[in-house]
Write a protein that binds this ligand. Structure first.
Ligand code: DGJ
Length: 711
């Protein structure tokens, strides 16, 4: 029996209050604002103040929704756990105990001897007030326990009356859609074996439509790189729940006695300062991780859009020289370097340098790149294999597939590639040894780790295999990094189809999208940085017109957009004229000057009225400086533009605000605001944050960069 009545967890502006019943799992009375120190009398009163009423037509008792609610608790929403033993339903009646508690986190163990189950829960308020919740179910009874799902959920108040979900497609990842909170249980799922371009990403419950800098928002994200479900339960007779869990297929999680299933971690962020508050908790937590990249994020050149599959060593060496000359610090050779890989129909799996294209191997290029003072990066797509490869010919049994679908039926192939079964020890070891050998021999500093297809009919030894595949991929990345200290890895998946906090526990940045169109990128990056801090978001200057959209944009706009992330180029710099070369050289210097601020500061999105304006700032932790970019995506509505409030500055200090012309001058209306006459102004922070600066009449698709420094 439980001996506690309540637990209070507190950290960084957030409290969680749990009530422990005599029998059953604890219930969360509160997740949200820090309630300060609470006495037992306060807690008893809080318990009563939030107690459920027994409405007519519902259960007789005033019970609470426990941490893992079930039918056996009288919960009429989606159960937290659904399991069967030998085909029969299991309705656990838990006895729980707190095993460990330290003021901001606890571990619980709950048992039910009759149903032969142990449930272990970890609930923690991490740095920044981000809440981490995961469960593990262990089978200690007889027979086979099949887990259909085990999900994490926390309560949100009924005032959270809007639901924001995310969708997307290739080159347009992470598009939000907001609607009034639907009634009943709402489940949003993905079944692609990777997050997908339309990944649920984050689910937001908010008071009204979510705003950038204001209002209550409750968010959940699942740290898992494959199939997921996000859920809300808005029932009339219960508190509302927000949660997420792994989507497993029937028969995928079958536990023999002594076996356990652990859920991915669900991350919950609450804010009363709108979306920026939600993001701030994610960023603070991410940045506090020991594995968070601690070195300045290098300026990258990636060769994909420069040469695609057309690898010519002399041209790539010339590109490396030009890259180094403008200030690039990491040169990444993309797809096309390995055996048979002249297009995307062959070669995946054969991680041997193609002597037909690289007669002397990649050693000379890697040496040149290192000699020029840059890091050397190389593209792999480890989980994939083409049937036209030595690997598939030698090991057809290493495919993660329904054998009846190999080769894929007409019309059902996917970039003509198949998935390698990483849960097969031979396949895993083949990858490890090939990749490790290349990393060692070439001194590879960085791997761009791609994943360009969905998992379809992912069968491992006759059973659904996505869960094991995902864990095996994590193990492989972890092992390579352990064997090659300092190796950095980027998670790419046809752009941003795998950017979750599961993969990011092992990797160092993501490729946010295959769209290098900066107008599209304004949206994609804005919503990617709802979870990821900008230093983890690959954002490169591409050519104009953009290859993915055909849209022409000024170089200044492309530079401003790249500066909003981990910057670089996806461009044939050999084709740049003198003026462009001078501009990108200035950009490289500006990035190096500002990245200390851009990659450690708080990201703010000052609210504006005109729908064509995208405004974003980064404020140094000590608020001594900040950089804001103002980008237009279309023509502005008003002849007299609105004022820009420089949110985040210290109202008690004075700041010099100047335009950073290094990105290139923005084209603007013929009369500009007076403060721009000298290119700068000095004002108290309270004026800049409270009244703001008159914006110039920027033309469509123009970028202005402002730098505020305390004087
Ligand atoms: C998809 C990636 O998103 C691109 O950046 C590029 O690496 C290609 N794959 C290469 O095949």
């Amino acid at each position: 029996m439980n001996t506690r009545t309540w637990t209070v967890l507190r950290r960084d502006g957030v409290s969680i209050v749990l009530a422990h019943p005599e029998a059953g799992l604890p219930a969360v009375l509160h997740w949200g604002a820090d309630l300060g120190d609470l006495t037992d009398a306060d807690l008893a009163a809080l318990d009563r103040a939030t107690a459920r009423q027994t409405a007519p037509g519902t259960l007789d008792a005033a019970w609470r929704v426990p941490l893992v609610p079930q039918e056996s608790d009288g919960w009429a929403g989606r159960p937290g756990l659904l399991a069967t033993r030998d085909g029969r339903p299991v309705f656990p009646r838990w006895t729980s105990a707190v095993e460990h508690e330290d003021g901001h986190g606890l571990r619980l163990a709950a048992t039910d001897a009759d149903s032969g189950l142990v449930l272990r829960t970890s609930l923690e308020i991490g740095a920044g007030g981000l809440v981490l919740l995961d469960h593990e179910i262990e089978h200690v009874g007889e027979g086979v326990l099949e887990v259909a799902w085990l999900e994490a959920a926390l309560p949100v108040p009924k005032s959270a009356d809007h639901l924001t979900q995310f969708t997307g497609r290739w080159a347009r990842e992470k598009a939000p859609l907001t609607a009034p909170m639907p009634r009943g249980t709402t489940v949003r799922e993905t079944r692609r074996g990777r997050g997908g371009h339309d990944s649920p990403w984050v689910t937001l419950a908010s008071e009204g439509a979510p705003r950038d800098r204001d209002g209550g928002v409750w968010a959940v994200h699942l740290g898992w790189s494959a199939d997921v479900r996000h859920r809300t339960d808005r029932l009339t007779e219960h508190v509302s729940l927000l949660g997420a869990g792994e989507l497993v297929r029937p028969g995928e999680i079958r536990l023999a006695p002594g076996e356990a299933y652990r859920t991915p971690t669900a991350y919950f962020s609450w804010s009363d300062t709108g979306l920026d508050g939600v993001a701030d908790r994610f960023h603070t937590w991410m940045r506090a991780r020991p594995q968070h990249p601690g070195t300045p994020r290098p300026l990258v050149l990636n060769t994909w859009e420069a040469v695609y599959f057309d690898h010519d060593p002399a041209r790539l060496e010339a590109l490396a020289r030009k890259a180094a000359a403008v200030g690039v610090e990491r040169f990444v050779l993309d797809d096309g370097w390995f055996h048979l890989r002249r297009d995307d129909t062959a070669g995946l799996g054969d991680w041997e340098v193609d002597p037909a294209v690289w007669p002397d191997g990649l050693g000379p290029l890697a040496d040149l790149v290192h000699g020029l003072g840059m890091q050397f990066g190389l593209w792999f797509e480890p989980e994939m294999v083409n049937l036209d490869s030595d690997l598939a010919r030698a090991h057809p049994d290493w495919l993660l597939a329904n054998p009846a679908s190999v080769p894929a039926p007409e019309g059902l192939s996917f970039r003509t590639q198949y998935v390698l079964d990483l849960a097969h020890p031979g396949a895993w070891e083949h990858l490890r040894s090939r990749m490790s050998a290349l990393v060692g021999a070439l001194g590879i500093d960085f791997v761009k780790w791609d994943h360009n297809r969905d998992l379809v009919e992912a069968v491992h030894e006759g059973r659904p295999g996505t869960h094991e595949q995902t864990l095996a991929a994590y193990r492989l990345i972890a092992r390579l990094k352990a064997d090659h200290p300092g190796l950095e890895i980027e998670s790419c998946s046809s752009g941003g189809a795998r950017t979750d906090l599961g993969i990011l526990q092992y990797t160092d940045r993501v490729w946010a999208s295959d769209s290098n169109d900066p107008v599209e990128r304004q949206e994609i990056q804005r919503w990617t940085e709802l979870v990821l801090p900008p230093e983890l978001i690959g954002a490169h200057v591409g050519p104009s017109p953009a290859h993915s959209s055909g849209r022409a944009t000024p170089l200044s706009y492309r530079i401003a957009t790249s500066l909003q992330g981990s910057a670089g180029f996806e461009w044939d710099l050999l084709a740049c004229d003198e003026e462009e070369t001078a501009r990108i050289t200035a950009f490289a210097a500006l990035y190096k000057e500002l990245r200390g601020l851009l990659h450690t500061g708080a990201v703010v999105h000052p609210e504006t009225v005109d729908p064509a304006l995208r405004v974003r700032g980064v404020v140094a932790p000590d608020r001594s400086e900040a950089v804001y970019t103002v980008c237009t995506t279309a023509s502005l509505e008003d002849a007299l533009t609105e004022r820009l409030r420089l949110d985040g500055l210290d109202p008690e200090r004075r700041y010099r605000v100047r335009v950073r012309e290094e990105i290139g001058a923005a084209q603007r209306g013929w009369v500009h605001p007076q403060w721009l006459d000298g290119g700068e102004t000095v004002l108290p922070g309270r004026v800049l944050t409270g009244i703001g600066l008159q914006l110039p009449t920027l033309w469509p698709v123009q970028a202005l960069m402002l730098h505020a420094t305390a004087v």
